[in-house]
Design a protein around this ligand. Structure first.
Ligand code: SAH
Length: 360
């Protein structure tokens, strides 16, 4: 192994052990001259016992823990801000990563179990017009450990189990595809939290080649497509990605996903007042959703300060939903969890990074 001088042995040169699946961790331990079972012990501490540092790993010798500190990084999130909704108890966390970047994650309590919404990137480069996460572009991808750690931190803080994980926070998960797949495999590993694949949802603005690749993995996760418009022309006005892939190509990819995995796709459709909420839009949405047996999730747009999109009139939203229901489309209007706490994607982080520090 290359000898790394003391000066160069900064965090950058250290191995991110929490991002390694069990087999890779065991192999690494073998290469370092350690017994592979030490790797399994460490995996258990990191991903089952959710230890917050090497010092907690009490069945590993002190000497070995010192070795770990010298050679490995241990990814943890530091809580910068928590907002709790007075309406429904939803909690929104702003976490600082080790390089000082911040990401947001949301904890939602439902009757059927707790759900965590995680971010997959710091910022986003997709440019959707209504979304606060993308206003400052993409900073960087999150590592598998940083995605896992959002879930782990929330479990440590709340002391409650998590049964569902949705990748619907800041970022485009398909734009961080390799790390996303490692994250899903580790989150569903029986040696870790062992969350069922069926309880994981990944939301995408529609990167067609990646949707097809994901289908080939034949995972049992739910794929949610952020559709938001029913014609290419309208979709291009809301989402720049629509210039790359047409709705026709998207529907082919959805069909392929369903064929390969047997999992029904969810369409997310943000209702924007006066933009995509007419009966004509509803009819077109039915025509797209019906052949694919899609579930449709309507989201009254959450207005952000930087844009002038408005929520539809509640009566129009209800009429839109009724129209879909009458046509036997499985449809829900997303309950607005945490509306009083900067509910829309990226709003909490944005407030944090754009608010100048208080003057003394
Ligand atoms: N990049 C992924 C996941 C992140 S956003 C994607 O595009 O799907 C999760 C969902 O919230 C997406 O459907 C997104 O379009 C939607 N969304 C973002 N900002 C919103 C807002 N202000 N109001 C309503 N929905 C919004």
């Amino acid at each position: 192994m290359e000898i790394v001088s003391e000066e160069r042995n900064t965090d950058k040169d250290k191995i991110d052990v929490k991002s390694l699946p069990l087999e890779e961790l065991k192999t690494l331990f073998g290469e370092l001259g350690e017994k592979p079972f030490r790797g399994a012990q460490m995996y258990d501490w990191m991903h089952k016992k959710l230890a917050s540092g090497f010092e907690e790993m009490s069945n590993l010798s002190k000497e070995f823990r010192r070795f770990c500190e010298a050679h490995f990084t241990y990814t943890v999130c530091r809580t910068v801000d928590v907002q709790t909704s007075a309406i429904d108890g939803t909690r929104k966390f702003l976490f600082a990563l080790q390089d000082g970047n911040v990401v947001e994650s949301v904890w939602m309590k439902y009757k059927h179990g707790n759900s965590v919404c995680i971010s997959s990137q710091v910022g986003c480069r997709m440019g959707c017009r209504f979304c606060a996460s993308t206003l400052d572009g993409l900073e960087r991808n999150l590592t598998p450990a940083e995605m896992l750690e959002q879930v782990y931190s929330i479990i440590r803080i709340t002391g409650e189990r998590v049964s569902n994980v949705v990748v619907m926070g800041t970022g485009e998960p398909m734009d961080n595809y390799d790390n996303l797949l490692v994250f899903i495999r580790m989150l569903t590993d029986e040696n870790g939290l062992n969350i069922s694949q069926r309880n994981i949802t990944v939301s995408t603005c529609g990167l067609v080649p990646r949707m097809r690749e994901l289908a080939d993995e034949r995972l049992q996760i739910t794929l949610a497509l952020s559709l938001h418009a029913t014609t290419d022309e309208k979709r291009r006005k809301l989402m720049p990605i629509a210039n790359r892939y047409s709705i026709g190509e998207l529907m082919d990819a959805c069909r392929y996903y369903f064929e390969k995995t047997g999992r029904r796709i969810t369409f997310e459709y943000s209702l924007v007042g006066g933009v995509n909420d007419t009966m004509e839009d509803a009819r077109e949405l039915i025509a797209l959703a019906k052949p694919l047996c899609c579930h449709v999730n309507l989201i009254p747009v959450n207005p952000i300060r930087e844009r002038d999109f408005v929520q539809p009139d509640m009566r129009d939203a209800q009429a839109f939903k009724n129209k879909l229901e009458k046509n036997k489309i499985n449809v829900t209007i997303r309950r607005e969890m945490g509306r009083d706490i900067d509910g829309a994607c990226g709003q909490l982080r944005r407030k944090h990074i754009t608010t100048p520090p208080m003057e003394a």
